[in-house]
Design a protein around this ligand. Sequence first.
Ligand SMILES: [Ca+2]
Ligand SMILES: [Ca+2]
Ligand SMILES: [Ca+2]
Length: 274
Amino acid sequence: MQTDHMKVATLPPVPSRRTPTHGAQNSVPAGHEANLPAGEGERRPGKVWLRTASVQRGFTLIELAMVMFVVALLIGGMLLPLSAQRDLRNSGDTEKALGEIREALIGFAASHSAADGKPYLPCPDTNDDGVEDRAGNVCTNQEGRIPWVDLGLGQTDAWNNRFRYRVTPAFSNNAIGFALTSTSTLRVCTDSTCAATVATAVPAVIVSHGKNGAGAFNTAGGTNAVATDANELENTDGDNDFVSKTPDLGYDDLVIWLSPNILFSRMLTAGRLP
Ligand SMILES: [Ca+2]
Ligand SMILES: [Ca+2]
Ligand SMILES: [Ca+2]
């Protein structure tokens, strides 16, 4: 007679936990065994492979998105500063050129004698040849381009427009030169109303019309379209008032002037006055 112990011993064997029980769905497809860590496929074949593959796909997409995001940031972050850097460089180059024009005007006065032996400043160039234009002893026009040939300077600002130059009659007559008593009515103001001034009685003003170039003399011998900004218009309307102010959306002109005191001082140092 068989005991209970003997009956159990004759039952069909229980499948081992190591044996796959989920059929072909959970088994490792042929050829993918190499993706499993060493020994992993043998211990936990189907479930391990599925989890690993799905996690890898997810990270790949996230990483791709992150890389694209970072690249977009880098490109956007580099382009803006490059454009800003170019504007800064152009402004810096033009400011340097304006400073050289001012020095050259002083040098011209120190080296040129009017008929009375006194110094004088050059007249503006009015026909775009870089040479000053006179009618007899006075200027054809008190305002025009800087006479870059007479001054030995570059022809344009960084935006390829001419520099505007206005000079006072009392300082540009080559029969009667200027003296310490000579005065000017040229003014540089803080805005187009000229309620406040930056400088008064200046012998000469030089203007670069900036990046927008509005109203500037161009290299084709003509003039660019006039400005719409009131402060910029003040620098092209041909009178004795100019505006020098902080740049804003409408105003980007660069304006310098010849201080009468510096001019007189340099003439005294050079022995040209009194
Ligand atoms: Ca000329
Ligand atoms: Ca301008
Ligand atoms: Ca004006």
